[in-house]
Design a protein around this ligand. Structure first.
Ligand code: PLZ
Length: 455
């Protein structure tokens, strides 16, 4: 490592980092470009990066790069750093834990942090029935384990997922993920017994469908093509993440959940992206009072450290035989300490309310922009999980190129944005929930300027 990058790599992040957008070089700057050259030589090209500015520090609502540029972060590492990067309570607890012990393996010699995270998940997830939890390393691993648990409980094999779904990149979760490119292409054969049902996607329905009608359409497919007797679980994102931040029509989720209950099918809410305060409630299912049998969590759970969990009805969670669930690192003590710091921060700062506040101000700005920009077909989402879908004006034809140009323009102006959607034409906004108001307003000024300059 050169002396310069060594110095910047130790820069202090957290909320005390100046909360400003400041560009001192072009984006990416010379040090980032030099690092990118090293990366290109050493890192496999299948691993991409949205914006190759190399990070020195981050906190609050900004990322400081190795060239000294300070970018407004509307990505939060894909909905992970909801409490802010290097949040003080996360740093404090992680530091203490690292000094105490870094690993024993919960399956070998257990520790309190793991138990405490499970207690918190039991308390915070929807429903006041008896619940239990288990911890893993990544979202995909949590989804895999939810399926294992549902199969053990029901003695059935089939799994139903939905159009536009994203559940991960491991073999089973690739099968569950809908989009071929880039997630599945060339990586088959995929796991069997995974079936896909139509999702409620209000903007793209041929005719207006109520949530109940969209649910009836999906249930018809499930009954005709799978059969409830063969079905272990239905896995659904209550707000689509990678699929485009689609909020299903009201009544859709409750109807699917009710059908599952009536047919002894485990209803699994994949809240890996939508959970942990992001949508203005602890979980997106809370908005419609839906109580899932199992919930998968990851991302926002641990303030940036890798941790995931499955939590749900105790009798379902306890179905697998002893030793049937686990993994070397699942529920690592440092990641658990981070999660306890993140959860404490969420409770102390009332981050569900912060997400609602962001949703109101950002939603207002985005809707005002949409009035002047016919290429914005829809503004949607919940809380601090908002997006705009870009189309050819006057049609619903997706305009992925425009989404890419707007996102690229924002990057050049020092605002980190992400795209998503089956058609790649959705710009999504995932600020940290501790993003200062003035910074969010400035990011939206930039978005507005870039968008109106391009259409
Ligand atoms: N379920 C709903 O959003 C992760 C992945 C981006 P992991 N989404 C971001 C990418 O290109 O890999 C995600 C999700 C939902 C499951 C996952 C998987 O979580 O922690 O990435 O495995």
């Amino acid at each position: 490592m050169t002396t310069e990058t060594a110095a910047s790599a130790t820069a202090t992040g957290g909320p005390d980092l100046p909360q400003e957008r400041r560009l001192v070089t072009e984006i990416p700057g010379p040090r980032s470009r030099a690092l990118h050259e090293r990366r290109t030589a050493a890192v496999a090209s299948g691993v991409g990066s949205t914006l190759p500015v190399y990070v020195a520090a981050a906190g609050g609502g900004v990322i400081l790069d190795v060239d000294g540029n300070s970018l407004i972060d509307l990505a939060s590492g894909i909905a992970v750093t909801s409490v802010g990067n290097s949040a003080p309570e996360v740093v404090r607890r992680v530091t203490e834990q690292v000094k105490a012990f870094t690993h024993t393996c919960f399956m070998v010699a257990p520790y309190e942090g793991y138990v405490e995270v499970c207690e918190a998940l039991v308390r915070l997830t929807p429903g006041d029935h008896a619940k239990k939890a288990a911890l893993f390393n990544s979202g995909a691993e949590a989804v895999e384990n939810a399926v294992k648990i549902a199969r053990a409980h029901t003695g059935r094999d089939a799994v139903v997922v939905f159009d536009h779904a994203y559940h991960g990149r491991t073999n089973l979760t690739m099968a569950m993920t809908s989009k071929n490119m880039p997630y599945k292409h060339g990586f088959g054969p995929f796991a069997g017994e995974v079936y896909r049902a139509p999702m409620s996607y209000p903007f793209r329905e041929a005719t207006d469908l109520t949530g109940a009608e969209a649910a009836a359409r999906a249930i018809d497919v499930i009954e005709k093509q799978v059969g409830a007797d063969n079905l272990a679980c239905v896995v659904i994102e209550p707000v689509l993440g990678e699929g485009g931040f689609v909020v299903p029509a009201e009544g859709f989720l409750p109807a699917i959940a009710q059908w599952c209950t009536d047919n002894g099918v485990v209803f699994v809410a994949d809240e890996i992206q939508s959970g942990m305060c992001r949508t203005g409630a602890w979980f997106a299912c809370d908005h419609e009072g839906v109580v899932p049998d199992l919930v998968t969590v990851a991302k926002g759970l641990a303030g940036g450290l890798p941790l995931a969990g499955v939590v749900g009805r105790a009798e379902i969670m306890d179905a697998p035989h002893a030793g049937g669930l686990g993994g070397t690192y699942g529920g690592n003590p440092v990641a658990c300490a981070a999660a306890l710091g993140a959860i404490a921060t969420m409770e102390q700062l009332d981050l569900p309310a912060a997400a609602r506040h962001i949703g109101e101000s950002m939603g207002g700005r985005l809707r005002a922009l949409a009035e002047n920009v016919p290429a914005i077909g829809e503004v949607r989402g919940r809380g601090a999980m908002l997006a705009i879908e870009l189309v050819k004006p006057g049609t619903k034809e997706p305009d992925a190129a425009l989404a890419g140009r707007i996102s690229g323009g924002c990057h050049q102006a020092g605002v980190l944005t992400l795209t998503c959607g089956t058609y790649g034409n959705v710009l999504r906004f995932l600020p940290s929930l501790v993003m200062p108001d003035h910074l969010l307003a400035e990011a939206l000024d930039v978005l507005e300027e870039v968008t109106t300059g391009l259409v």
